[in-house]
Design a protein around this ligand. Structure first.
Ligand SMILES: [Zn+2]
Length: 288
């Protein structure tokens, strides 16, 4: 499959507490309640101002008012139809992709569990008149592709095509360290391209994650990150491929302003190239 012009994608995993359902404490719940909505509003505003359409991969349980995690104190961490409404009412026409019903890792689930997950997510997306055909796997565990096909999905996001991913397959901890080294030293970046798998599904890898800026991760400076992103955008243009950035709103919880600076700089650069007619900004369903 070929793309005629270079392209640029942003995909965002909207999951709130569901993304970390198995590692939560009261502090992290508080952080989600305090920050997630402000960050989403700011993202939506930046995308509107700069005319950037993005793909939001949404955990469907966020639309389920009776989901089993909700209590009186924490509702805002597990239920967020208000954020969806903001996205759908924004000036830019964004794409809603499915990020499963409740963010269970697919490699740890039976076919029956996966079937139930799809039934439920489709039901809750239908409540807001959405029928997603793009899927983003929880924790990027790409499994059960046959079931994806059965539920009529067309496209899925896969993993970063970077050297550190190979280390990650070998050892998770070493992989995490290598990911950080990869972001601290502005070495090679990757443009990506879609391919068709054996089920006829379109697989779209990612280029780079906007790492959180807490702890050792803050060693990945904006200088280094922006250099990687800029080189990656240039590479996508030269090769007629795609540069695909992904993140969660929670990647903006620490050093929020700095992270927004990096995003704005990225958008400014990509818009400069777009104005020259060199690159298109696309949604994840535009490679069918
Ligand atoms: Zn996720």
């Amino acid at each position: 499959m070929s793309i005629k012009k270079g392209s640029f994608i942003i995909s965002i995993d909207l999951e709130l507490a569901w993304g970390v359902w198995d590692k939560l404490n009261s502090q992290s719940i508080q952080k989600i309640i305090e920050y997630e909505r402000k960050i989403c509003s700011n993202l939506i505003k930046i995308f509107d101002e700069n005319e950037i359409p993005v793909t939001w991969a949404v955990v469907a349980a966020l639309l389920d008012s009776k989901n089993k995690m909700i209590t009186d104190q924490n509702q805002k961490a597990w239920y967020a139809p208000d954020i969806l409404e903001k996205i759908l009412n924004s000036k830019m026409k964004h794409l809603i992709a499915s990020h499963s019903y409740n963010h269970k890792e697919f490699d740890k689930c039976s076919k029956e569990q996966i079937d139930q997950d799809f039934e439920k997510s489709i039901h809750f997306f239908k409540l807001i008149n959405i029928n997603p055909d793009v899927f983003v796997f929880p924790r990027n565990q790409v499994f059960h592709l046959d079931i994806l096909k059965k539920y009529k999905f067309k496209t899925y996001r896969s993993v970063d095509k970077s050297w550190y991913k190979k280390v990650y397959m070998f050892n998770k901890q070493l992989g995490k360290i290598s990911n950080l080294i990869d972001k601290i030293i502005p070495i090679k970046t990757n443009s990506v391209k879609p391919s068709v798998d054996k089920f006829g599904l379109i697989e779209m890898p990612t280029s780079i994650l906007l790492l959180s800026k807490n702890g050792v991760r803050s060693l990945a400076t904006n200088y280094s990150m922006f250099k990687k992103i800029k080189d990656g955008i240039d590479l996508a243009i030269n090769r007629n491929e795609c540069f695909h950035i992904w993140f969660h709103p929670s990647n903006f919880y620490f050093k929020t302003e700095k992270q927004f600076d990096l995003l704005k700089k990225t958008i400014e650069y990509v818009n400069f190239k777009r104005q020259q007619g060199l690159i298109d900004i696309k949604l994840l369903n535009e490679f069918n």
